[in-house]
Design a protein around this ligand. Structure first.
Ligand code: PEP
Length: 258
């Protein structure tokens, strides 16, 4: 029996302008309200593009909603001549609770290394927000059967030098690249294999308290149809959800998996 609170995080990626964001968050709040959602049983987080965060903040504050919100990336710099970057201070000022780093799309299109991903996670934790550290293998790695070693190496490289106390505060999202946005979901057993291996690696490196505290999410074509089975796995503590988080009803249904 674990006391980790399940977490459903909706990664909107580069979708929805601020008006559409308004519509989606209102719709989500209504759908969750109608379903009598218990936020103590499952945390609900929306992760919009930077340009929508202020809108989401306004709705959440005004209606005192239980929904939390996050950002999809952050700079490792504090401020200054970094055109296009967003700092942790800018995010905390907007009431952001979670920040994603190391998503496979940023690793692939922006060449982000494990060291940079780890530095971003450190920065976010130091600023009082919760990092959602993404990891996951490409199809060739999965076919070669080396996916577990590959993912553990990514996580360990990003967290090199961290204390167990700090690691205990983060969220890790296992997202096999071949399952992201493809409609191809990893089976619940595939998800458990890697999420369980991540927890056991944390146990080996930092001990039981850290391993039991860290929430490990699965991501990759998670949807209302498969969420129950995924959430039934002992080491899957929630999901990072792309496509299915863009519809209030499907995201709310997933948050109510219990
Ligand atoms: C993601 O990109 O984080 C993701 C899981 O996307 P999707 O659910 O659309 O596969």
């Amino acid at each position: 029996m674990t006391n980790r609170i399940p977490l459903m995080a909706g990664n909107w990626k580069m979708n929805l302008d601020h008006l559409e964001a308004n519509h989606l968050v209102q719709g989500l709040a209504l759908a969750l309200g109608d379903a009598g959602h218990d936020y103590a049983k499952c945390e609900v987080v929306v992760i919009p593009p930077f340009t929508d965060i202020r809108t989401v903040q306004t709705i959440v504050d005004a209606d005192e909603l239980g929904i939390k919100y996050g950002a999809q990336d952050v700079s490792v710099h504090d401020n200054g001549a970094y055109t296009g970057e967003i700092s942790t201070a800018m995010l905390t000022k907007l009431g952001v609770s979670y920040v994603v780093m190391g998503h496979s799309e940023r690793r692939e299109y922006h060449g982000e290394s494990d060291a940079l991903v780890g530095a971003k996670a450190r920065k976010v934790l130091d600023a009082g927000m919760t990092p959602i550290l993404c990891c996951g293998e490409a199809l060739e790695v999965r076919k070669a059967g080396t996916h577990v070693e590959f993912v553990l190496a990514q996580v360990r490289a990003a967290l090199e030098g961290w204390s167990g106390q700090d690691v205990a505060k983060i969220v890790i999202a296992y997202e096999p690249i071949w399952a992201i946005g493809t409609g191809e979901t990893a089976t619940a057993e595939d998800a458990q294999e890697v999420c369980g291996a991540i927890r056991e690696a944390l146990r080996a490196d930092y001990g039981d308290a850290t391993a039991e505290a860290v929430r490990v999410l699965y991501g990759g074509s998670a949807k209302p149809d498969n969420i129950k089975e995924l959430m039934a796995q002992p080491d899957v503590d929630g999901a990072l959800i792309g496509g299915a988080s863009l519809k209030a009803e499907s995201f709310a249904a997933m948050a109510g998996f219990y």
